[in-house]
Design a protein around this ligand. Structure first.
Ligand SMILES: [Zn+2]
Length: 464
């Protein structure tokens, strides 16, 4: 499933993600990714399975770039177009990019290129340039120029005229320097990416495939504009250089391991089901309808369609094939919750959690949520512990606080329930609401206690 955008709409709709790509680091100071996302309407999607896989793609590359100590996080953006960008602490990647990439190597290549930008400090320089230029018009101009460079690569003529049309109002000199600098840095990021891929004994073929696809796909009608193509100009010269470098590697023909490919397929099945339902799953696996990713996607799409029982009969054979896959049990828990089988769901989440080598906070949160829904005093106590553990691992998840507030509410502890709600609102970027809950929580908390101080921190936080 490709997103088709009319060119007249594309500029406005592309503006926001690109802006965030350029300024995210500057915007985020005390708040987490989710808060940023919500304040900027960048839809973040959380999923233990996908986050684990993309982290496995990124970690060797980041280490090869010497950035291992920065503990860079992967953030999934729920958007069907192809995009990926870095902000110094995080790699943002669109679900659309993950769905479109047929192999892990294609995504690993894009991550390698983005890591090249990160290691080179490129985005920071671009931000500074933009700060100097100050106006939104420059950003509009940058988008215009980027789009036209892409057009030139595909053989469009009238470069300057069309560019001037889109870039109207932008200071021309600032734009030209941005463009020149961008060309240089794209090539530098490509070269760095090749180095990281070689150091990790991986092929650069996927990166080449992805960039060639962008370079060729931009037709003269220009109906489809992925943000990634606009922020990463692809003149022919760049593709040619990249191809020479990629082919020189002894790993050029090396394929991803079957196990990694399978995890990739499972991820694509899941994303297809969540973003486009059964039709998208069929479309994604049209060449290989019996692929495990297709079957997984079918089970999830069936569940999302409201047929939890039928979904379970599709999921259970997969669990038989992979009895140690934590995410299958996590999905099973979701399906059981849908059927109001809360204790069975809790058992499935507990199993998922015990199998999860990463100890994902999200799975622990689901376990806590299911326990909380059983409502028994003994389970509520465990639920609170699980939810607290989950939050300790994953501070940027407002949902964890929401369930914690519910659990404390059921236990009759209103002050701690209000404090959890205050945190939930705070991490959702709703500072004013957070302060109302924090103020209310303080009335029931012992002055000076750690919880009281936590509430005070929220009350003292600056409003936007
Ligand atoms: Zn780039």
């Amino acid at each position: 499933m490709m997103t088709i955008r009319r060119s007249c709409r594309s500029l406005a709709s592309l503006m926001r993600p690109t802006l965030i790509a350029l300024t995210a680091g500057a915007l985020v100071v005390a708040q987490g990714a989710v808060a940023l996302a919500q304040s900027q309407s960048l839809p973040i999607v959380r999923d233990a399975e996908i986050e684990a896989l993309v982290t496995d793609y990124a970690t060797p590359i980041i280490n090869a770039a010497g950035l291992g100590k920065r503990a860079i996080k992967v953030v999934l953006v729920n958007n069907s177009s192809f995009n990926a960008f870095v902000d110094g602490r995080r790699i943002f990647i669109n679900t659309g990019a993950l769905l479109q990439a047929e192999t892990p190597n294609e995504i690993i290549g894009v991550i390698a290129h983005e890591t090249g930008h990160l290691a080179g400090g490129h985005q920071f320089k671009l931000r500074e340039q933009l700060a100097n230029a100050k106006t939104m018009a420059v950003v509009a101009g940058l988008l215009g120029v980027g789009a036209i460079v892409g057009g030139a690569a595909a053989g469009a003529s009238g470069l300057s005229k069309a560019g001037a049309g889109i870039a109207m109002g932008a200071p021309e000199v600032a734009m030209r320097s941005l463009l020149n600098y961008q060309r240089t840095e794209e090539m530098a990021a490509d070269r760095s990416a090749i180095t990281y891929l070689a150091a990790t004994q991986q092929s650069a073929k996927g990166m080449l495939t992805t960039f060639e696809r962008f370079s060729n796909a931009l037709s003269l009608t220009g109906t489809r504009m992925d943000p990634y193509r606009i922020s990463h100009p692809l003149p022919r010269e760049r593709i040619a250089n990249l191809e020479t470098l990629a082919r020189a590697s002894p790993y050029f023909d090396k394929k991803d391991s079957p196990a990694l490919q399978q995890r990739h397929d499972l991820m694509r099945g899941k994303i297809a089901a969540y973003t486009g339902g059964g039709a998208s799953v069929l479309q994604t696996f049209r060449k290989d309808p019996q692929n495990i990713g297709a079957r997984y996607g079918d089970a999830i799409a069936t569940y999302l369609n409201g047929s939890a029982q039928s979904a379970l009969t599709k999921l259970d054979p997969l669990i038989k094939e992979q009895p140690k896959n934590p995410y299958f049990y996590e999905m099973r828990g979701e399906m059981l919750l849908k059927q109001n089988k809360v204790q069975d769901a809790a058992n499935a989440f507990e199993k998922a959690s015990s199998l999860d080598p990463r100890k994902s906070g999200l799975i622990r949160m689901n376990y806590g949520r299911a326990l909380m829904l059983t409502g028994t005093p003994a389970n509520l106590k465990i639920a609170v512990d699980e939810l607290k553990t989950s939050i300790g691992r994953d501070r940027e998840s407002p949902a964890g606080y929401a369930y914690l507030a519910q659990a404390y509410g059921q236990m009759g502890d209103m002050a701690l329930s209000d404090l959890a709600s205050a945190n939930e609102k705070f991490y959702s970027g709703k500072i004013q609401d957070a302060q109302i809950f924090a103020t209310r929580a303080q009335r029931g908390l012992k002055s000076g206690s750690p919880e009281w101080i936590q509430a005070q921190d929220i009350i003292s936080a600056k409003r936007k």
